[in-house]
Design a protein around this ligand. Structure first.
Ligand code: URA
Length: 213
């Protein structure tokens, strides 16, 4: 799409929420993932850092073809500084294994990098404050596919009014990159009947990336 220009660390991407202020955000000048992680570590753009044990900047293959974006750190993630290491993370690893991928092969990130108290859903302002970091991360890793895990990631990266139940499994393209919203693994743990649809979504990613079936 002609109007869908490249995401720039110093610019604004058409199609992304207009409120995302990419100009002058703390990641400006971050030339690699390490610099971005340091910018995240020093961040004070919202109140979540004050209550967090560790910032969870995301981890994985810096040249991953697939990136997964979740909501935000839970208790285990807050204690370890690593994304998706609790029960939802264990399910996520099994989901990846089902399409032949190890977690080290993908990049795993979250909309917010600091645990919201009591694992509450991040407020819109907290998600908006942290969003530039995940946008920068997407640009730096440059994956072919970004899977949006659950409602918070879908609202933050696809559109505020989108319901995960309506848009899951539907590809969309931004800046030449494919995005696929799907259920969050924690939702699958709460309601295993959703796993069938999640498997359909995983197969779409597997086929898009040309991974063996
Ligand atoms: N849930 C998330 O959304 N992210 C994590 O890192 C862990 C659980």
């Amino acid at each position: 799409m002609a109007a869908d220009v490249q995401l720039s660390l110093l610019g604004r991407t058409p199609g992304f929420p207009a409120a995302v202020p990419l100009v002058g955000t703390p990641h400006r000048g971050a030339s690699d993932l390490g610099a971005l992680a340091r910018a995240v570590e020093e961040c004070g753009r919202c109140g979540l850092r004050a209550g967090a044990t560790h910032v969870v900047p995301g981890e994985g293959n810096p040249a991953a073809r697939l990136m997964l974006v979740g909501e935000g750190p839970g208790q285990q993630e807050d204690l370890t500084g690593r994304p998706f290491v609790g029960p939802a993370g264990q399910l996520l690893e099994r989901m990846l294994a089902a399409i032949g991928l190890k977690r080290e092969e993908v990049f795993i990130a979250n909309v917010v990098k600091c645990r919201p108290p009591g694992n509450r859903v991040p407020a819109d302002e907290e998600a908006a404050a942290c969003l530039p970091y995940v946008l920068a991360r997407i640009e730096l890793v440059n994956p072919e596919v970004v899977m949006l895990l659950g409602a918070t990631a879908t609202r933050a990266l696809a559109g505020k009014n989108l319901a995960i139940t309506k848009v899951r499994g539907q590809w969309f393209e931004r800046a030449g990159r494919m995005y696929l919203p799907t259920y969050h693994p924690a939702a699958l743990l709460r309601d295993p009947s959703k796993k069938r649809e999640a498997w359909e979504d995983l197969k779409k990613v597997r086929d898009y990336l040309g991974l063996p079936g």
